[in-house]
Design a protein around this ligand. Structure first.
Ligand SMILES: [Zn+2]
Length: 251
């Protein structure tokens, strides 16, 4: 995948995270603990090494660079502005107590996998149905199904797997089509679900019945889409390595 494609991928996921967070009042609700997930993403997953993307603080610039170990980038090489692990849109749109973990995992001969974990905060934190946000942004969903990720001795993790087609515009104005897969699930209160509505219902039931709210996380993986079937197998293998590291952090 060329660097321009990676840039588009990073911009796309930042938009997804930012625009999918809606407004839902959480006033008078007691937030319980944490999500139980690890506080950071692993340095390596299988053969792939993780890098944290850094976003130019200038929204007009929109540049994304990778944080290289040993040689941390301090300023945008395009415009000289500072760099931030959250995109300007995320800073602008997300409640202050929302946190985002993001790493791009790459290895020669393997598809890049961009992992994002959005930890929802206590105040006006919710997310819209991801499909709605994707379509609103002009992405065409060409595939939608639940996949079961084998987890060794544990029951499989169920995740929603989408095939996306969107149009990328090059700086010279020419357009080309890019295809991605977007795989996500929600985790909170000791459970997971691939279904947005089920997560919403669990949150609503807690709020109404107990005036409490567990913190939920929204985990997503964006990857290039080569062909239906093959890429979901590769994403599933990747998630099978990621999720045990993320959901059962070392004590
Ligand atoms: Zn810049």
């Amino acid at each position: 995948m060329k660097s321009s494609g990676l840039g588009a991928l990073l911009t796309l996921v930042a938009l997804l995270a930012a625009t999918s967070l809606g407004l839902l009042a959480f006033r008078d609700v007691r937030l319980i603990g944490e999500t139980g997930l690890a506080g950071e993403l692993p340095a390596k997953i299988g053969p792939r090494t993780g890098r944290t993307p850094l976003y130019c603080r200038s929204e007009e610039c929109g540049n994304v660079v990778s944080d290289e170990p040993g040689a941390p980038a301090e300023a945008c090489p395009v415009c000289g502005s500072g760099l931030d692990p959250m995109s300007p849109a995320e800073r602008r749109l997300l409640p202050a107590d929302t946190t985002v973990l993001r790493r791009q995992y790459t290895a020669p001969g393997h598809d890049p996998m961009l992992v994002s974990v959005v930890f929802m905060g206590a105040d006006r934190t919710s997310i819209h149905r991801p499909q709605m946000c994707l379509e609103f942004q002009g992405h065409r969903i060409v595939e939608e199904r639940v996949i079961a990720v084998p987890l060794g001795g544990d029951p499989p993790l169920k995740a929603m797997h989408l095939g996306l087609v969107h149009v990328v515009q090059a700086p010279d104005g020419t357009e080309r089509t890019a295809e991605f897969t977007y795989t996500y699930w929600f985790a909170g209160g000791g459970t997971t679900t691939p279904f947005f509505m089920r997560m919403q219902m669990a949150m609503a039931a807690e709020r109404v019945l107990k005036s409490t709210a567990h913190r939920w996380a929204y985990v997503s993986i964006l990857a290039p889409r080569a062909s239906a079937g093959r890429d979901s197998a590769e994403v599933a293998r990747f998630i099978g390595r990621l999720w045990p590291l993320l959901s059962a952090p070392a004590p």
